[in-house]
Design a protein around this ligand. Structure first.
Ligand SMILES: *Cc1c(COP(=O)(O)O)cnc(C)c1O
Length: 358
């Protein structure tokens, strides 16, 4: 078997969910499990949080159906609502909560003939300008949906554009926009993603929406997961499959872009960009070999990457390699690749077997 596995520690996910809840005592939380639970496996994650989670949130009906198939009673929120009118019937059959983020969705909801009313989350565009109603339109739709036959709970939600930037003025503006609608009678309110859960208590409202923090990565550029008390859930583990001595002046890998400045020992690792390791990770990106940090050397290839083992003369074929995880924060790797932990986690590809513990 190819020595590459993503080990998922489900107890870390339970720990991180509990941490989110401790940030906001008395509030409830939708565990965000869209995009295959940020690459961790939606079935396993939902099952691991079965007794703890107050609900789950997903991006589309297909994802919701998968959550429903593992958890018959869970509250499940469709974060972007229905993409076509026919989906409302399926949403009602699956007993989903739906976001309503625009006029087309609201009209389709009012035209739907449903076997049971839905919990509706009216989405306010509080400043991100991606989804949602402007405040005045939201007031009007509140009036039209309150008491409609298709609507059970009528709730309010919005989303921050800059919650990961602590102290950013836009957070204050968006919070104020949200608070400005609370004279309307909503059953439930929800505003906070991970970053806001961790740093904007005034945004906690009734329902939290933790995503990235559940998986033990940080939403912040300047605050590490460890500093936040988060435990990484995924460790991407490979092995050295070859070791080569390379003379000074010789190059390594595609494009011959990395040239040995000294006689070097180069290790080849069983992980590449077709597994989800970022091709744009720069030379010098940290990789753990036998628990010791070494530097990525040369371009990442499809199935392999190469590291500089010169400082680890004892390293040999078969030795364990961690690309990120328990002992190497994914956020550090992401920074070297010009991206964020979210992208690396969601891009671990299907050919990487997931192995669960905890
Ligand atoms: C994905 C998503 C979240 C979770 O965000 P994190 O930054 O991962 O915590 C919350 N709310 C909405 C609307 C989302 O789309």
């Amino acid at each position: 078997m190819r020595p590459l596995v993503a080990t998922i520690d489900l107890s870390a996910i339970r720990h991180n969910y509990a941490l989110a809840k401790r940030c906001a005592p008395g509030r409830q939380a939708f565990a965000v499990v869209k995009a295959n639970a940020y690459g961790h496996g939606v079935r396993e994650v939902v099952d691991a949080l079965r007794d703890e989670a107050d609900g789950f949130a997903v991006a589309c009906l297909e994802e919701a159906a998968e959550v429903r198939s593992v958890h018959a009673d869970a509250r499940i929120l469709l974060l972007e609502g229905c993409f076509e009118p026919a989906e409302y019937l399926l949403a009602a059959q699956l007993r989903l909560d739906v976001a309503v983020q625009g006029e087309e969705q609201a009209c389709a909801l009012l035209a739907a003939n449903l076997p049971a009313p839905l919990n509706v989350w009216l989405k306010l565009d509080s400043g991100m300008h991606r989804l949602g109603f402007a405040p005045a339109a939201l007031r009007a739709w509140h009036g039209r949906l309150r008491g409609a036959a298709q609507v059970a709970e009528l709730n309010l939600m919005s989303h921050f554009a800059c919650a990961d930037l602590r102290g950013d003025a836009q957070n204050e503006d968006q919070l104020e926009s949200f608070l400005g609608l609370l004279d309307l009678d909503f059953d439930q309110r929800s505003l906070a993603n991970s970053a806001a859960i961790l740093t904007i208590p005034a945004a906690h409202m009734d329902w939290l929406r933790p995503g990235i923090m559940l998986y033990g990565a940080t939403p912040f550029a300047d605050l590490s997961a460890a500093e936040l008390g988060l435990r990484p859930a995924m460790s991407l583990q490979a092995q050295l499959i070859a070791v080569h001595e390379v003379a000074a002046g010789e190059s390594v890998g595609y494009g011959a872009s990395w040239v040995a400045g000294r006689p070097s020992r180069i290790g080849t690792v069983s992980c590449g960009y077709a597994d989800g390791y970022p091709r744009h990770a720069s030379a010098g990106t940290p990789v753990l070999v036998n628990g010791q940090r070494v530097a990525l050397a040369g371009r990442v290839s499809m199935d392999m990457l190469t590291v500089d083992l010169t400082e680890l003369p004892a390293a040999k074929v078969g030795d364990p390699v961690e690309l990120w995880g328990e002992n190497l924060p994914i956020d550090e790797v992401a920074a070297h690749a010009g991206t964020i932990g979210y992208e690396l986690l969601t891009k671990v590809t299907a050919r990487v077997p997931r192995c669960y513990r905890g």
